[in-house]
Design a protein around this ligand. Structure first.
Ligand SMILES: [Zn+2]
Ligand SMILES: [Zn+2]
Length: 312
């Protein structure tokens, strides 16, 4: 039996200590994603184009893991006490994409990711053109693209380079999020935004391990922080009315879309109980058929997948 934690019922769980946050495990955040992308690319029900894309993104995730490990020898600067107090006082994410001074090392990660990809045999020519283009960009151009992609409403996004730039920014923000003190991350007034970095979630996941059994967490598209949100609630507009769940007929039980009839947005929700290996970024990417179904039904994605940028 699945436990559904309804809003209002939460008090009855008062005796149970609900872990509010889960910070990413830098030993395997990207390698687990790579593994899942590979598994999903071998699924029977997907077309050739998406299969090739999932394969490429699996290589990308491997390269992200390697880039993250290389940062271990020179970890990023962490917020000091003054910064932590300031963020708390102003209800801001601890290392907000909007205000935290990111270090240049994210561009080194980008160079190393591009290097890993270009070393692959049979890399599609179009991808090689994109990595060449990224290598030719100046630091100023890359920083401007990064600012734009991290903005609340990006403009003129180059959809070809965006996944690679965001992948490199993910490495930097995971390096941060995996090292910060969990007690320094406080709750925000806006529950649908990552309390660590201020980015929107890519999807949510209902966990099945003993500590988090039956609890739903939103998964940050950038830093992979997960934060608790009660179930049967729209993660976009926070309403608890008119929530429905849609899935692909005869598709996996481990993924559904949580649809809201108030704001007409949806985000996918993954169930570890049905498949312990679900991974938010990978499973979201591998279930594009569900996006098509929902788009036909008049719903829109609440936020994009960083590895497949589409113009809003
Ligand atoms: Zn985040
Ligand atoms: Zn809504």
């Amino acid at each position: 039996m699945q436990r559904i934690l309804e809003p209002g019922q939460i008090e009855s769980f008062a005796q149970r200590d609900i872990p509010r946050l889960r910070l990413p495990d830098r030993a395997r955040v990207f390698s687990a994603r790579a593994e899942r992308l590979r598994d999903q690319s071998e699924g029977g029900a997907i077309g050739h184009a998406i299969r090739d894309y999932l394969h490429l993104m699996a290589h990308l995730a491997d390269a992200q893991q390697a880039a993250l490990e290389s940062i271990d020898s020179r970890p990023p600067a962490l917020p000091d006490d003054e910064h932590i107090a300031h963020a708390r006082a102003f209800h801001m994410p601890l290392v907000s994409v909007a205000s935290w001074q990111r270090e240049a090392q994210w561009r080194q990660s980008l160079a190393s990711i591009c290097g890993s990809l270009t070393a692959l045999p049979n890399l599609p020519h179009q991808v090689l053109l994109v990595t060449d283009h990224l290598c030719a960009m100046t630091a100023e151009q890359l920083e401007a693209q990064a600012d734009n992609l991290l903005a609340v409403q990006p403009s003129e996004v180059d959809t070809a380079t965006a996944p690679f730039i965001l992948a490199s920014l993910q490495v930097y923000w995971v390096a941060l999020a995996s090292r910060i003190n969990i007690d320094a991350v406080h709750e925000l007034d806006v529950p649908g935004v990552c309390p660590t970095c201020g980015t929107l979630p890519v999807a949510s996941i209902v966990r099945a391990d003993s500590r988090h059994q039956g609890l739903r967490y939103l998964h940050c598209a950038l830093c992979s922080t997960e934060w608790h949100m009660v179930r049967v609630k729209c993660s976009h507009c926070q309403t608890t009315e008119g929530i429905s769940y849609q899935s692909i007929e005869d598709g996996p039980r481990s993924i559904r879309a949580e649809c809201c009839d108030t704001c007409h947005a949806y985000r996918k929700i993954l169930y570890q109980e049905d498949d312990p290996a679900v991974e938010p970024i990978a499973d979201d990417l591998a279930s594009l058929t569900l996006d098509l179904l929902l788009s036909d039904g008049g719903y829109r994605r609440a936020s994009p997948n960083p590895l497949l940028w589409q113009q809003p």
